[in-house]
Design a protein around this ligand. Sequence first.
Ligand code: HEM
Length: 470
Amino acid sequence: LRRGGRFWECLDQIPRPPGYPIIGNLFDFMKTPEQMFLSERKLALEYYPIFSLNILGSASVNLINPEDIELVLTDTKQNTKSFLYNFLHSWLGTGLLTSGGQKWQNRRKILTPAFHFNILQEFIQIFNEETKGLVDDLEKECHKPFIDVVVPITQFTLLSIGETAMGIKLDSEDKDKDGYKSAVYKIGRLLAYRTPRPWFYNDAIYSLTPAGRKEKKVLKTLHTFSESVIAERKKYLPNSYSSRKRLAMLDLLLKYKAEGANIDDKGIREEVDTFMFEGHDTTSMALCFCLLLLANHKDAQEEILKEMETVLDDDTPTYAKLQELKFMERCIKESLRLFPSVPFISRVSGSEIKTKTGYTIPKDCMVNLQIYDLHHSPHVFPDPEKFDPDRFLPENIQKRHPFAYVPFSAGSRNCIGQKFAMLEMKTALCGILKKFVLEPIDTPKDIKFVADLVLRPKGSIKVKFVPRHD
Ligand code: HEM
């Protein structure tokens, strides 16, 4: 009623799965996190290219086709994140991922230099050192019938973001770090629980519920960790920053603050929380799924090895050498197609959107861009479940719509860390594949997912690591 006739008039034209009066499609989503994930996939397959949902008057439009996804991602009027991101405010505040308008523009401008090519080049040495630690850990465990790769890989990505962007060395035995990792899992679960329950959307009401009280405890762990990261880095603050032209992320923010720029302690914590999370969890999942796929595709594994032998000889990879690993890159890209770490993103329409498919999305409506379903659609990728790195040969990319593949989103709000992530994943793969042959235990079909902040498996991802004897 509040939204008026035009809103519902437009929305009612868009295909919607049958629901009930008042509650709408609520029962499609009042399910376990695993069933919720499957429900969305089923709807996307059935209703491609577009469908709407209405849960107790909370409406959304879901886009699955590249043409309409392009319309949203290239229009700055559609840049505002939907209210779903508000649920992250108690954790990430309004950092780069969750902010909008002028604040987002200022922060993006401040933080972009922290991911400049010169900075990334310096990070390769850290990625190599952390890869060595990862390979040592895998060596200790490789006598076992399998390793759940999520455990060592998450450790690797967390240590890597700590040492690169934050400039601190996290102790691999550190209890706070372990508490942080499990808190990230817990908050993801709580958000998945809250999202389909509009009666918990009000913060005051939610805070009184058992889930809200649990969230408060989890937030304490998350914030204690990020505050300790900032305190640790502050110990090493130089008196003057002028000696180095380019600074990594946390130093850059601390410098801006010291110089009186428009960022305070709260702002710095927002970004540390944002980058600690976005910088480790997404890359960790991407790398885990890549290892799963390579274990199941020995031919690709051997081809990567041959390429490594030609390009790297026996050296540790440098920035320039990593650029030359073209086949490895295609494998990572294909892995991110099948397992995009961020399965969907969400916006609110800043104006009416006339879709290429002939519908009108009303203004002020939640618009979800279903990246996972776009990447798995047979309309977009023939034989979509097949692992085929050649889909990313230049001549094949050219045949596709430019927005058919968007694991890092696209447009002005794209992922600021995408180059960082690719370099980190390539360095880790070089270290791992040089030492081990990956053997399959789980197959991709065995993996069940849960609705979460990132594409998360329900249980473990099991791979066998067999030491390589030259
Ligand atoms: C494979 C790894 C990664 C994937 C698949 C990924 C994916 C994405 C996607 C899809 C978005 C858009 C989110 C949205 O619109 O709501 C995003 C944004 C973002 N990502 Fe990543 N990401 C990855 C790695 C990283 C890393 C390593 C960092 C930091 C070092 C990072 C930091 C961010 C930040 C801060 C944003 C918000 C950017 C903005 O709105 O200006 N990401 N990422």
